[in-house]
Unconditional design. Structure first.
Length: 127
């Protein structure tokens, strides 16, 4: 039997310290991880052929919101899964995102006190 493929994770967050620390944490769990500081940069990566199993996306970013990024990324790669992270306590997944199959299991509220919740969420949404 061949080597199992490592899951590929894209972190989309404009806050560099959060993005890089989450990238390093997930790399410790043998994920292949890349980061983008904006939705536009992440879309460019996807358009250039980068393949990911899941994207962890901040909702509030300058320029393109996380929700807009998710809808555009889904149009490019319908099989890509998403995890939303937000510090907005009353945030709920909107109807547009529900239509592409997102639900409560796709949402993490910041601050995430136990980083292993990201590992659990990645495993849950990617199967």
């Amino acid at each position: 039997m061949g080597e199992t493929m490592r899951k590929r994770v894209l972190i989309v967050d404009d806050e560099e310290i959060l993005r890089t620390s989450l990238m390093q944490f997930l790399e410790d769990f043998a994920y292949e991880v890349e980061g983008a500081d904006s939705g536009a940069r992440a879309l460019a990566m996807l358009a250039d052929g980068a393949q990911f199993d899941v994207a962890v996306v901040d909702v509030r970013m300058p320029g393109m919101s996380g929700e807009d990024f998710i809808l555009r990324a889904h149009a490019i790669h319908p099989g890509l899964k998403f995890i939303i992270q937000t510090g907005t306590l009353d945030y709920e997944i909107g109807a547009d995102l529900q239509l592409i199959g997102m639900g409560p299991e796709n949402l993490l509220k910041k601050p995430v006190l136990k980083l292993d919740m990201y590992v659990d969420a990645v495993e849950k949404v990617t199967g």
